[in-house]
Every structure is written in structure tokens, then in C-alpha cells.
Design a protein around this ligand. Structure first.
Ligand SMILES: C[S@@+](CC[C@H](N)C(=O)[O-])C[C@H]1O[C@@H](n2cnc3c(N)ncnc32)[C@H](O)[C@@H]1O
Length: 259
């Protein structure tokens, strides 16, 4: 377990990042041309990257991933990132959502990922698993106060077996919601990646109890052939009370049930 507080981008390489913040110096076109022995699927991936305007735009603007635009587009629509907000970024690597939160609102960002995230000025990154019970307390200790926005772009590694992938992703959404319920300020917002078909009934009911408004969005930057979409819950009301399961006390003077 470790934490890093960022200075300007730079420093050691992480598995996903490079010194330039996620992009190597070679252009994608160059990479395709020089590939030898590359599998058909990775060639297909590179070709798709080449024809994707968001990839080039992300590179031009210095974002670590094209997914930056997904958050930016959701924020354009719903104004999720408020000035000076405290933001939790769950599944933060390589860090492009944190970049957007910082640049849009001078937000105070705390992120966590299974992988180390390359430092970013204004953000604190922890390495850890959101499913671990101690994670919420680690995040609370790193945040300077209750969170205004908890966002999760976490995805379980695809197994190729649809139902398994769905279950794993939903488990991550539930873990993210546990953290949101523990750390959000009243009025706060929660954003999480879910898979097509939306949010499961039980989870949706929980979101509707805890938040004033719940909606699903597929931002334009989310690839059409991807099953992902985002659930966005705003106006946190606080953790809903469990319904009281104790039997009601009989009113005073009522005849006792002697059966
Ligand atoms: C799609 S990436 C996030 C991209 C990020 N939003 C960005 O724009 O840079 C999903 C991340 O979720 C992380 N992740 C998956 N399961 C996790 C878990 N249980 N705990 C913490 N992070 C997790 C993965 O390591 C991966 O880096």
C-alpha cells in the first residue's frame, strides 16, 4: 500500500504511464508501421485508435487517456464538478479523470487504484483495492473533508463470459457506493460505470433511496460498440435508515396477546 502526492507530471514510470503522462513519444501511425509479429487483434486495436478523434485530441491536450472526454462530457451536461470540490476518483489510473477534475474546478482530488498512478499536482493517489474493508477509512484520512463527488470508472478485467463480467462489474459499483455512502457530504454526487442493461434493480433502489435524482448516461466519447454506460446519482440525502424490523410495542393499556 502506498500514497503519492503529485508535483508536476514526471518521475518514475508506472505500468500504464510514461514520463509524458501516458503517451510515449512515438506517434500511433509510426507504431502501426513498425509493428512486426503483432496479432490481428492488436493491429485492429491500433487502427481503431488511429481513426479515433478522441485519442488524438487527448494526446494534444496532454490527457493520460481518451476517457477524460467521457467525464468532461458528463460534467458539461450535469455540472458535477463544482469549484473547489473534494473529489474521490475510484479506479483512477492512469489519471485522466483526475486531470479533468483538477483543471475544471481546482478540485481537491484523492484517487485510488490497484495500480500506482503517476503523480499529478493537486492530487493524492493511493494504491489499494476498493473492495477491501479498510479502503474507506484510508480514503477518509486522505480527504480534507467530506467528498462532494465520488466517481468510479472501475471495470473488472473482461473474462469474455458476459454474466461473469456483469457480476464483477456490479460488485465494483456496490463497493464504490459503499464508499460514497460513507464519505459523501449531503447534496453530493456519485458517478459509476455500469454495463448495458443498466444498474441492477436492488442497486438502483438503493441509489434512489440515497439520492434525489438517478439517471443513466452514455457520453458521446464512450464507444458505441462498448457495453459501458454511467449511472449518475445527485443530491445525496445521507445513508437510508434500515427499516425497523422490531415488532411494534402495543399501545399502553391495550389487551396483552396471550395466545
Ligand atoms: C478504465 S480504467 C480508469 C481510467 C480512468 N478513469 C482515467 O480516465 O484515467 C479502470 C481502472 O479501475 C481499476 N480497478 C479495477 N478494479 C479495481 C479495484 N477493485 N480497486 C481499485 N481499482 C480498481 C483498474 O486498475 C483500472 O486502472
Amino acid at each position: 500500500m502506498s500514497a503519492s502526492r503529485g508535483g508536476p507530471r514526471g518521475g518514475k514510470r508506472t505500468r500504464r504511464g510514461t514520463k509524458a503522462g501516458g503517451f510515449s513519444g512515438r506517434s500511433l501511425k509510426e507504431k502501426v508501421r513498425t509493428a512486426k509479429g503483432r496479432s490481428t487483434s492488436s493491429t485492429r486495436w491500433l487502427k481503431r485508435q488511429l481513426s479515433d478523434p478522441y485519442v488524438e485530441e487527448a494526446q494534444r491536450r496532454g490527457y493520460r487517456a481518451r476517457s477524460a472526454f467521457k467525464l468532461a462530457q458528463m460534467d458539461d451536461k450535469l455540472r458535477l464538478i463544482r469549484r473547489g470540490a473534494r473529489v474521490l476518483d475510484l479506479g483512477a489510473a492512469p489519471g485522466s479523470w483526475s486531470q479533468v477534475a483538477l483543471e475544471r474546478a481546482g478540485a481537491q482530488v484523492v484517487g485510488i487504484d490497484l495500480e500506482e498512478v503517476e503523480p499529478l499536482a493537486g492530487a493524492t493517489f493511493l494504491v489499494g483495492d476498493v473492495r477491501e474493508p479498510e479502503t474507506a477509512e484510508r480514503l477518509r484520512a486522505a480527504l480534507p473533508g467530506p467528498a462532494d463527488l465520488v466517481m468510479s470508472d472501475m471495470a473488472a478485467a473482461a473474462t469474455g463470459h458476459g454474466p461473469t463480467d456483469h457480476l464483477r462489474t456490479m460488485a465494483l459499483v456496490e463497493a464504490a457506493l459503499d464508499i460514497a455512502e460513507a464519505l459523501l457530504a449531503p447534496g453530493g454526487a456519485f458517478v459509476a460505470k455500469v454495463l448495458q442493461g443498466g444498474t441492477e434493480a436492488g442497486l438502483l433502489a438503493r441509489l434512489k433511496r440515497g439520492f434525489r435524482k438517478v439517471q443513466h448516461i452514455k457520453p458521446p466519447a464512450s464507444r458505441k460498440d462498448s457495453a459501458e454506460l454511467y449511472v449518475i446519482a445527485t443530491g445525496f440525502r445521507g445513508v437510508p435508515e434500515e427499516p425497523d424490523s422490531r415488532p411494534e410495542e402495543p399501545p399502553e393499556g391495550a389487551p396483552q396477546d396471550t395466545a
